[in-house]
Design a protein around this ligand. Structure first.
Ligand code: SAM
Length: 397
């Protein structure tokens, strides 16, 4: 198998997905992102890769990407999920809808053999309105949108009320929320013929360009990432090339398995402790992104009183959650700085510890302020997941 298979890397962020592809023998012909801190990190870790910094929907930027990427065998990275919610609208005035149209245009111009996109699991349940609807049908669907908005507002308020005493969520509001959910369920059943699943539109739009698309949810922990991060992986292949997804290698230890066969074929999921324990007494090292977060005495006390498996906010909120050490972590999110609490130390995990939970190697250094680094880490596809996808893709090129 030849080395350095060319790949176009879009929405590349700091380069988590590309890191995995690089390790599997791919080389970027061009990378693109709009965000400068991510660009700086990417370039620091990949200094010879052509990078186009700017908005992919900008005509000049798009032209440059197509020019540099022409002839590439693979294209990785895809637009964020909001882009697909507009996928059925084809409203070029809406920037989110435009993102998907521009992506299609780039794929169609470069014509890679494969493209790989990743997204949140929520994409699978997303729907959009059909295109040709009469006024009465539109009215029905608008009722759903209005109820959805009311539901989101109430759910947000309920969440906030758990985090602060200043916001109260009354029993009446709880009842109203339940009523809205029931109404929504009924309305959705009655209007199911007026809406289409976003994934169906994605498949259809790519089929029009000669790409067959397969979609699967992969759990990062199954590929050696110390994190139970589930992501939707969308693979498109040109002219009927085979599509394969990687088989799980690491598995959750289950008593029902035959111990001998299990141990021989599949190592256990990697745990939080295995991934970061060597860093627990390390002093701060900014150049290694091992940076501590200072907090006031009150908050320190709250951290101290937070047991494993609970959040500082109580309950199961992801923010300031103290992850159990003997299993993979929950999904690493940027959480506006409300990152995980160390399982043993009464402090936040550092960006380096979170990068380890995302399976970044220690030589990968992030650029930017601490909060910008946390966004880059939380946004990234774990390199080890990227590597597993790239390895099977290679076989079919
Ligand atoms: C989920 S992150 C990608 C993470 C990346 N695949 C990785 O593994 O590290 C999405 C990225 O899309 C970029 N982005 C969003 N809108 C964009 C646009 N209009 N043009 C270019 N990049 C954009 C964001 O700056 C962000 O870095």
């Amino acid at each position: 198998m030849s080395k350095n298979i060319s790949v176009v890397d879009l929405f590349c962020g700091c380069g988590g997905l590309y890191e995995g592809f690089k390790q599997a023998g791919f080389k970027a012909s061009v990378s693109n992102d709009i965000w400068e801190p991510a660009f700086k990190t990417f370039v620091r870790n990949n200094n010879s890769t052509p990078f186009v910094l700017g908005d992919i929907t900008d005509l000049e930027i798009k032209k440059k990407i197509i020019q540099e990427g022409k002839g590439s065998k693979v294209l990785i990275g895809g637009p964020p999920c909001q882009a697909y919610s507009m996928a059925g609208q084809r409203n070029v005035d809406d920037p989110r809808g435009k993102l998907f149209e521009d992506y299609l245009e780039i794929v169609n111009n470069i014509k890679p053999k494969f493209f790989v996109m990743e997204n949140v699991k929520g994409l699978l349940s997303m729907e959009h309105d059909k295109q040709k609807l009469n006024p009465a049908e539109k009215k029905e669907l608008n009722k759903i949108k209005s109820l959805e908005n009311d539901k989101i507002d109430l759910m947000l308020k309920r969440k906030q009320s758990k985090n602060t005493n200043k916001i109260k969520f009354s029993i009446k509001e709880e009842e109203k929320l339940e009523e809205i959910k029931k109404k929504l369920k009924l309305l959705k059943i009655n209007t199911s013929n007026l809406r289409v699943k976003v994934t169906e539109t994605i498949k259809k739009r790519f089929l029009d360009l000669g790409y067959f698309v397969e979609i699967k949810v992969l759990n990062s922990a199954n590929y050696g990432v110390p994190q139970k991060r589930e992501r939707v992986i969308i693979i498109g292949s040109h002219n009927g090339l085979n599509i394969n997804f990687p088989e799980p290698v690491y598995l959750e230890r289950k008593d029902t398995f035959n111990e001998e066969i299990f141990r021989k074929n599949h190592p256990n999921w990697i745990t939080v402790k295995e991934a970061i324990d060597d860093l627990k007494n390390k002093s701060e090292d900014v150049s290694f992104n091992h940076v501590f977060t200072k907090c006031g005495d009150d908050f320190k006390k709250k951290i101290k009183n937070t047991p494993i498996g609970k959040s500082v906010y109580g309950g199961f909120s992801d923010a300031y959650f103290r992850c159990p050490p003997d299993e993979p972590s929950r999904t690493v999110k940027e959480n506006h700085g409300g990152v995980f609490i160390h399982y043993e130390k009464d402090r936040f995990m550092t960006p380096r510890e979170l990068a380890r939970l995302q399976s970044f190697d220690d030589h990968f250094i992030f650029e930017g302020s601490k909060s910008q680094i946390l966004v880059q880490i939380g946004n990234a596809v774990p390199p080890k997941l990227g590597y597993s996808i790239a390895e099977v893709l290679k076989e079919n090129i």
